[in-house]
Design a protein around this ligand. Structure first.
Ligand SMILES: *[C@@H]1O[C@H](CO)[C@@H](O)[C@H](O)[C@H]1NC(C)=O
Ligand SMILES: *[C@@H]1O[C@H](CO)[C@@H](O)[C@H](O)[C@H]1NC(C)=O
Ligand SMILES: *[C@@H]1O[C@H](CO)[C@@H](O)[C@H](O)[C@H]1NC(C)=O
Ligand SMILES: *[C@@H]1O[C@H](CO)[C@@H](O)[C@H](O)[C@H]1NC(C)=O
Ligand SMILES: *[C@@H]1O[C@H](CO)[C@@H](O)[C@H](O)[C@H]1NC(C)=O
Ligand SMILES: *[C@@H]1O[C@H](CO)[C@@H](O)[C@H](O)[C@H]1NC(C)=O
Ligand SMILES: *[C@@H]1O[C@H](CO)[C@@H](O)[C@H](O)[C@H]1NC(C)=O
Ligand SMILES: *[C@@H]1O[C@H](CO)[C@@H](O)[C@H](O)[C@H]1NC(C)=O
Length: 600
């Protein structure tokens, strides 16, 4: 049987078994779906469809892109395709050619992913690749009978070395199921906008804001000019299910053979990862002992710690505990309309500087880059891009790895429970360091990379398992220091991230025998800080959601929900702040400003 089908069957079975113990929160949070008849929930409790309204726009709150105030010198439509029953079908592929009317180099390139859909559907995951390198990991919003639409814009300037090439294929995977129950088709358009600096339009806004928008970037650590070459670490041999690697267990480590150019002077691996099925809410999974002791049927176990790791020639070189992105059907789907969860439309990626490792791979031979998920269960979708900078003035460089301090992560787990009540705590930490020098035509530079993460998670069940409390914090620090041969500091970049999360769920009896009510509060934030000696940049992005819903199986029948979000960022040019509030599917406040708040 097609392994993908097996995966789906597994998922379907899990979906059914999960609902067999409705009054226990051991399986929450979960993945839900809003059937049509309740699409306008509390505003229209009657089962007859409400009068047709305009399609609703969905959005992920973020900042303007650097190119938003520029006029593109070329606009290229690269994908125009509808994703119906795409399950078990290969992804959509189409050849790409760079724009003739706007040849490279470009100052910026922006990608726009626009989607619309109408009907009933679960949220779906999607990946976009160019020549097998991922450019965007996104997920869909759950549509309604009146229809919904959204636009995701991402700065893809860092992928310029792919975008200049002829004949590469754009590939889009959006696995969707259309049948008599799930009727909605996703109509997707992908458009690229190419910019040259000289095409700046006269400023429409005060000069200060123009500067911010022109120079600030989406990610705090996109400080580099685009790489000369991008090598995909993705499933090139079997792309019949998309280019991502499907990871179903810890031992599923996927490998890609890579031969590095002999004149590589700098190397950064960019990691893409998303979690699904039994690991969609990995941060709230209890240990297997709890599931076994209580004879629970859920497969959402293996504890709450996950680490995506990268190896070269089977040696650990870096890892990441990812930000807990919640898709639009997750926890309580009413929270994520029309403002989706942080990262749901543009999943974060993680950069790992591997320059110190060049001494081990610049020998003209094949090397094996691997990706895997510690403690992972079915399933994760993971792949990576190797961004390679070359010494264009020479055929080869000389490099040596000097320090390789990569001890395993230290994990401390505690559990105490009696029947359905109890608590589970995990503390984990990893500190690693790689040093190496590269002698290129630019001199002999030593790069020293330090990666640290600290992870804490607590899950507590009470009231006979009907009340579940989850808190988690992920703190990471990455430091990249470059010194010349005299020991003089050339550059030093420090990126710190904090990802706190809190999910509290109470399960109550529903209005009928086979129904239950979930009352949930969710708070999450992204706090990123970048410092490079001269410049400091920060992003604070916080969502607070409260609400309840009545559920039968996985269908949401009734409920009310509110999500408030505050996004603020600050860099060398100024600030941007946006505050939104959504209540029962409508935006009730949306304010943005360019003035810096007193406390950042
Ligand atoms: C939804 O819940 C509200 C408040 O409890 C109730 O008044 C309403 O009748 C419910 N609607 C349906 C369709 O159950
Ligand atoms: C692009 O896709 C087409 C159709 O799937 C395929 O025949 C072709 O070999 C692909 N080209 C490249 C460069 O991968
Ligand atoms: C789980 O099942 C076993 C075997 O049927 C039974 O002995 C045990 O009491 C059950 N445990 C709980 C907590 O229900
Ligand atoms: C606790 O929950 C279990 C499973 O839902 C149920 O069988 C049991 O009767 C409950 N115990 C109490 C004291 O409510
Ligand atoms: C480059 O610099 C390092 C550290 O200063 C030194 O150990 C190494 O020998 C140098 N390499 C060359 C080829 O000079
Ligand atoms: C959620 O938050 C509200 C307001 O802070 C509080 O009244 C309620 O008890 C919380 N619900 C749960 C399940 O913790
Ligand atoms: C969201 O903000 C509104 C005001 O805009 C406030 O009334 C409400 O209590 C806030 N809700 C939460 C969940 O913080
Ligand atoms: C939005 O900003 C305006 C102007 O600064 C202010 O008067 C208003 O109270 C703000 N609204 C909210 C909901 O914050």
């Amino acid at each position: 049987m097609n392994p993908f089908l097996t995966l789906l069957l597994l998922y379907a079975i899990t979906t059914i078994t999960v609902s067999s113990s409705p009054h226990s929160t051991s399986t929450s949070p979960d993945h839900f779906f809003k059937p049509t008849l309740s699409s306008s929930l509390s505003s229209s409790p009657s089962p007859s469809p409400s009068p047709s309204e305009e399609p609703q726009e969905y959005l992920e709150v973020t900042r303007p892109l650097p190119s938003d105030r520029l006029t593109p010198c070329s606009t290229l439509s690269v994908i125009h395709h509808s994703f119906g029953n795409t399950i078990n079908k290969p992804p959509f592929s189409t050849p790409y050619y760079p724009p003739l009317d706007c040849p490279p180099p470009w100052s910026h390139v922006t990608l726009q992913f626009s989607a619309r859909s109408k009907g009933d559907q679960y949220d779906r995951i999607s990946g976009l690749w160019l020549g097998g390198s991922e450019l965007l990991r996104t997920s869909t919003a759950e549509p309604t009978q009146d229809g919904i639409f959204w636009n995701v814009r991402k700065d893809i300037t860092r992928y310029s070395s792919l975008l200049v090439q002829n004949h590469l294929n754009f590939t889009l995977m959006l696995e969707n199921i259309v049948n008599s129950v799930y009727t909605a088709v996703y109509h997707v358009d992908v458009t690229l906008f190419f910019y040259k600096d000289h095409a700046v339009t006269p400023p429409l806004t005060p000069k200060k804001s123009d500067q911010i928008i022109q120079l600030a970037n989406y990610n705090v650590d996109h400080y580099q000019s685009p790489a000369d070459l991008i090598i995909p670490v993705s499933s090139m041999e079997d792309s019949s299910r998309g280019y991502w690697f499907i990871i179903e267990k810890e031992s599923d480590i996927h490998y890609k053979k890579v031969r590095f150019p002999m004149n590589t002077r700098k190397l950064v691996l960019e990691l893409y990862a998303s979690f699904h099925g039994n690991d969609e809410f990995w941060y709230s999974n209890p240990p297997n002992s709890y599931i076994r002791m209580n004879n629970l049927t859920t497969r959402r176990g293996n504890g709450a710690f996950r680490e995506v790791f990268v190896t070269i020639d089977n040696q650990f070189v870096g890892s990441e505990v990812p930000f807990p992105v919640v898709f639009t059907g997750g926890i309580n789907p009413l929270f994520w309309e029309p403002v989706v969860g942080i990262g749901a439309f543009d999943l974060p990626t993680y950069d790992i500087d591997l320059t110190p490792f060049l001494g081990m791979v610049l020998d003209g031979e094949d090397h094996v880059v691997g990706v895997g998920v510690s403690d992972g269960i079915s399933y994760w979708l993971v792949d990576a891009n190797l961004h390679v900078w070359l010494d264009t003035k020479s055929e080869s460089v000389e490099a040596r790895s000097v320090v390789r301090y990569t001890p395993g992560s230290v994990i401390n787990r505690k559990e105490a429970f009696k029947l359905l009540d109890g608590s589970f705590s995990i503390r984990a930490q990893r500190v690693s360091r790689l040093d190496g020098w590269v002698k290129s035509s630019g001199g002999n530079l030593t790069t020293s990379v330090m990666q640290v993460f600290r992870y804490r998670n607590l899950i507590r069940f009470s009231k006979n398992g009907t009340y579940k409390y989850v808190t988690q914090n992920i703190r990471t620090k990455r430091q990249v220091k470059v010194m010349d041969s005299l020991g003089v500091l050339v550059s030093q970049v420090v990126v710190r991230r904090k990802y706190p999360l809190k999910v509290v769920t109470a399960t109550l009896p529903g209005s009928e025998e086979d129904r239950y009510v979930l009352v949930t509060n969710v708070t999450r934030s992204v706090n990123d800080r970048y410092r490079d000696g001269r410049v400091s940049r920060s992003v604070h992005n916080k969502q607070v959601s409260n609400g309840w819903m009545e559920v039968k199986d996985h269908d949401v029948l009734n409920g009310t929900a509110m999500t408030n979000q505050t996004y603020s960022c600050k860099d060398e040019f100024g600030c941007y702040v946006r505050i939104v509030a959504a209540l029962d599917g409508r935006l009730i406040a949306d304010n943005s400003s360019l003035s810096c708040p007193s406390v950042m």
